[in-house]
Design a protein around this ligand. Structure first.
Ligand SMILES: [Zn+2]
Length: 651
């Protein structure tokens, strides 16, 4: 047990004492870095390899517990600090006569949670309702959704919610938010709407029936939505039915491609031509998804990727197991068709994979014959070299198929040395450690692992730097607004726009909650901010997990908890028996008998001393004293700050 050199006096001083911790390194074993999936349950220790080197110790009598909440575990700088607690102040923005307000409620300081409000006078059109994945400092949170506080009281103004495509970072919050906003009209292409309905049914049985929807049957469809008009254009993305949106308003026309990539032919020429967008009546504002603004790799070649995958499937000596995102439906559909051509059977594994393929089949986007598909539990009825298994988990997600394969807990598939395992997806930032371990795990059990570092087997669904430049040059917008990515990516995208000749004053880099106004005079960034604090979804609870709850979870995850049970006589306030101590995640009590005994003595002293100063027994007084004084005692002995939960029983 480490001993602190500081004296008690220093610790109890009224000013915060800055002190150095001993240099004894904590465990540096890599921990699951996966913030994308429910990976780190509250009981697990979360990324503790970088403990703060300076502790702030404050003596208080009112604080419910020692002051660790003031120190944050150091984290990778790219991560966004946890949002501040809810602000509920009403926003007064003045008249919006003749003004278009563009307000991103999410997706501008993060990847995911995409949602943008377009408001012209009394008409509102919303684009996308995406979910975001929890950050590492949100233990136990399943996902986060946009905050719609700004729309409170304006529900009747919502003319429509347009969905650009069916990825979860664009539709994932729809079941919750559509219900909350009283089921406004939704607009999307067929597969997108099917996926939303499916999500709604998963969330609440029967809720999809409440959906009022308009299908974009033809890209030439035009919808009049109050004083706004929506038009559409073809976009290339990794999912079918992705659509770009044109929103005409009396003062400005917004062009928003949603998520997009620029597929190029053999001569590196883009296949789709966007020059028609340059002819739209101005002024125009291009809102461009900029996830690829830091991607310097040469533009993707679908041909090369496809050739490589066909070669792999053809030449594989045994089974082929392909790990990819279930959201890459276009690729998955194509792989299934290739397998069919080669006379192989396809087994799909993973709930989202099966569901997405099913929906794409229903809409005729995957044309493979029914007999090509087999169930995973039938794979042993076919020779290995006739099998292609397509599975989820290429990011090493805890409960996805690939992780279960490595752990050996898959019911029907055991990895064989002769398998060919293909990881056909890019690394989502933040998942590097997890994917590293996934690869090590696979390499231990199989001789043929193919991933992006070895061969072109993945093409990103997002345009890179050259593609962004190409889009700006082709569309020639009057105003430019990079969106749908981390702030630094938006800034890089801004630089690209400057590089191709756009004027700085015509480029706006929004934050979540920024209010951008367009009127007859032009486009301006206002000083207003609407609330965009995270709404956490945990199990069935939406927004009921507050920052206080999260702080407690983090605290317990970092240092565990100690329960102290003190039984005192009602009249005298004296302890009637030796106090009980229970540790969870703090120390293993059997191996720390000395410490436990010293804690017990301390508790006795605290209770008996409290007794001297207090006339009668005062529950909350003793409890606070136990929390603070025992908390500090434990910190002196161990440099840990477990949560102390005192229970005082009067007899
Ligand atoms: Zn997408």
């Amino acid at each position: 047990m480490k001993q602190m050199k500081d004296t008690t006096d220093e610790l109890l001083g009224s000013t915060p004492v800055q002190r150095k911790k001993s240099n004894t390194p904590r465990s540096t074993a890599p921990r699951p870095g996966n913030k994308r999936k429910k990976f780190n349950k509250p009981g697990a220790k979360i990324n503790n390899k970088t403990k703060p080197t300076q502790g702030r110790v404050v003596k208080t009598t009112t604080s419910p517990r020692p002051a660790k909440q003031n120190q944050r575990t150091k984290r990778a700088p790219a991560r966004k600090p946890m949002a501040k607690p809810m602000t509920t102040k009403p926003i007064i923005m003045g008249s919006n006569k003749g003004k278009l307000r563009i307000i991103p409620l999410g997706g501008c300081e993060e990847v995911g949670r995409n949602m943008t409000v377009f408001e012209y006078e009394n008409d509102i059109v919303i684009l996308d309702m995406g979910m975001g994945f929890p950050e590492e400092d949100m233990p136990g949170i399943d996902y986060v959704i946009p905050n719609t506080a700004y729309l409170k009281g304006k529900e009747k103004n919502i003319k429509a919610v347009i969905f650009s495509h069916g990825h979860l970072d664009h539709i994932g919050a729809a079941p919750i938010l559509l219900e909350k906003l009283g089921y406004p009209l939704v607009i999307g292409r067929p597969l997108t709407l099917s996926m939303i309905k499916h999500k709604m049914e998963d969330y609440k049985k029967g809720s999809a029936q409440k959906l009022k929807s308009l299908v974009i049957k033809d890209l030439k469809n035009t919808f009049k939505l109050g004083k706004l008009t929506s038009k559409f254009f073809q976009m290339e993305h990794s999912i079918m039915d992705a659509v770009g949106v044109i929103l005409e308003t009396p003062v400005n026309t917004v062009i928003h491609p949603g998520d997009w990539t620029l597929e190029r032919d053999k001569n590196n020429k883009p296949i789709l031509d966007y020059s028609h967008l340059a002819k739209i009546k101005g002024p125009t504002t291009l809102m461009l998804e900029s996830l690829g603004s830091i991607d310097v790799r040469p533009s993707a070649s679908q041909d090369k990727m496809k050739n490589n995958i066909v070669k792999l499937i053809t030449e594989a000596p045994g089974r082929v197991i392909i790990g990819t995102f279930s959201s890459q439906i276009e690729r998955v559909g194509w792989i299934i068709e290739q397998a069919e051509k080669l006379g192989k059977k396809v087994a799909l594994d993973g709930y989202s994979m099966k569901m997405n393929v099913e929906l794409a089949k229903e809409h005729g986007y995957i044309k493979a014959k029914p007999h090509t598909f087999i169930k995973v539990d039938q794979i042993n009825n076919y020779p290995d070299n006739k099998l292609v298994i397509i599975a989820t988990g290429s990011q090493g997600e805890g409960n996805a198929v690939l992780s279960r394969l490595i752990a050996g807990d898959h019911r029907h598939i055991q990895i064989k040395k002769s398998d060919t395992i293909v990881l056909s997806s890019s690394i989502i930032p933040g998942n590097e450690n997890t994917i590293q371990r996934l690869k090590d795990g696979l390499y231990r059990q199989c001789d043929n692992i193919i991933h992006g570092e070895l061969m072109d087997i993945h093409v990103s669904g997002h345009g890179n730097r050259y593609d962004i430049e190409h889009m700006i040059k082709t569309i020639k917008p009057d105003y430019y607004m990079p969106v749908y990515a981390y702030h630094y990516m938006l800034k890089e995208s801004r630089k690209l726009a400057l590089g191709v000749g756009m004027k700085d004053r015509n480029i706006f880099v929004p934050d979540n909650g920024s209010v951008i106004e367009a009127d007859k005079k032009g486009v301006f960034m206002t000083k207003h901010k609407v609330p965009t604090d995270y709404i956490f979804v945990d199990g069935l609870g939406i927004g009921d997990v507050s920052h206080v709850v999260l702080r407690d979870r983090k605290m317990m995850a970092d240092d565990g908890m100690v329960v102290v049970i003190a039984t005192v006589a009602r009249k005298s306030g004296k302890l009637v028996s030796s106090p009980d101590i229970i540790s969870r995640g703090f120390i293993y009590m059997k191996e720390n008998k000395e410490l436990v005994e010293s804690m017990r003595s301390k508790i006795k002293k605290i209770v008996n001393d409290a007794n001297k100063t207090q006339i009668a027994t005062d529950d909350s007084f003793i409890k606070n004293k136990l929390r603070n004084d025992l908390g500090q005692f434990i910190f002196q002995k161990t440099e840990r700050r477990p949560m102390v939960l005192p229970v005082v029983i009067e007899v």
